[in-house]
Design a protein around this ligand. Structure first.
Ligand code: ASP
Length: 313
């Protein structure tokens, strides 16, 4: 089913925030995206810049256990580990990301803090130590829903259901890299949350956060924290991508779409064209904002919402 093909009107330079809850996620969870977009817009109205608004929007989704980011993230194949990825970027060149981060409540805030360091991306143990250094408290993002989802995925694996398009389930057993043994003979959950923002000054920002895809080996990183793949912000706008990261990275999708916008393509056409790059079996979704337009498109159900001022103040 194709979702998300209406485009809210937005005046040039009128502030707007668009938030999504992941390609393949339940579109009935749109209320969570609306709350996130409104939170971002409230920050803009309070004087925050585009990045701060995007981080605020994504933070709301990380706290909503219905979404696969922060609290509610999917479990890795051992049924215990949660590794999260997040990123932020704006059209002024601000850039920060984390990958494989464990036990924090708001990975997107850690990603935003990385932008202040000499680096753009921290991963694993170093990202966790950095998170504690900036005051991010220990937080277990495991939820009952995530445990239930994991059990359902194991059941699918046991029944031989192919969980990743084009991938043999047996490869997870072949390359198993957890300290604990594989509990089943070698189901699928993805989803990511994201937000794109245009502020009153015409600056653009993007933020994203995810628990990744399931099934996944320990240490797997998708597109969400990879610049140009899962996210990009530049002079022509901001783009956030969701779907199966292994496919998204090969198209540098967010940067590719930004390039189309910079070349003058209308935003709805650019998002639609992005979907045509992929086999329909691959979950893909995008949200974007340009100087004059904003919107979303997915080849699956995808909850999303926009909030914005219709007129310039
Ligand atoms: N893109 C994310 C990843 O591959 C998952 C998603 O967006 O559904 O980690």
């Amino acid at each position: 089913m194709t979702a998300a093909d209406s485009y809210p009107p937005s005046s040039p330079q009128a502030p707007v925030v668009v938030a999504h809850g992941g390609a393949g996620a339940d579109s009935q969870h749109k209320d969570g995206c609306a709350a996130a977009a409104e939170a971002g817009l409230a920050r803009l109205r309070g004087g925050a810049d585009a990045v701060q608004a995007a981080v605020a929007a994504v933070g709301v989704l990380e706290d909503d256990p219905r979404f696969n980011a922060g609290t509610g993230s999917v479990l890795r194949m051992d049924g215990v580990t949660i590794e999260m990825d997040a990123a932020v970027m704006d059209s002024q060149g601000r850039l920060g990301a984390v990958a494989g981060l464990r036990r924090v409540r708001h990975p997107v805030e850690v990603a935003a803090a990385v932008a202040d360091t000499p680096h753009w991306l921290l991963c694993g143990e170093g990202a966790l130590r950095f998170a504690r250094h900036i005051g991010a408290a220990d937080h277990d993002p495991t939820t009952a829903q995530a445990l239930h989802k994991h059990a359902a995925m194991l059941k699918d694996l046991q029944q031989g259901k192919r969980l990743i398009p084009g991938e043999d389930n047996a490869s997870f057993a072949q390359y198993w890299n957890f300290a604990t043994p594989l509990a089943v003979a070698p189901g699928q959950a993805c989803d990511t949350v994201g937000a794109v923002v245009r502020d009153a000054a015409g600056r653009f920002a993007v933020a994203g956060s995810t628990g990744g895809c399931a099934p996944a080996l320990l240490g797997r990183v998708g597109d969400t924290p990879i610049i140009g793949a899962g996210f990009y912000a530049g002079p022509a706008g901001a783009v956030a991508v969701t779907g199966i990261g292994e496919h998204i990275v090969r198209h540098l999708l967010a940067h590719t779409v930004h390039g189309w916008l910079a070349g003058g393509m209308r935003l709805p056409q650019a998002l639609q064209r992005a979907l045509t790059l992929f086999d329909p079996a691959i979950d893909i979704g995008l949200i974007a904002v340009s100087a004059t337009e904003s919107g979303a498109r997915s080849n699956r159900d995808m909850p999303w919402a926009a909030a914005g001022d219709a007129q310039l103040p």
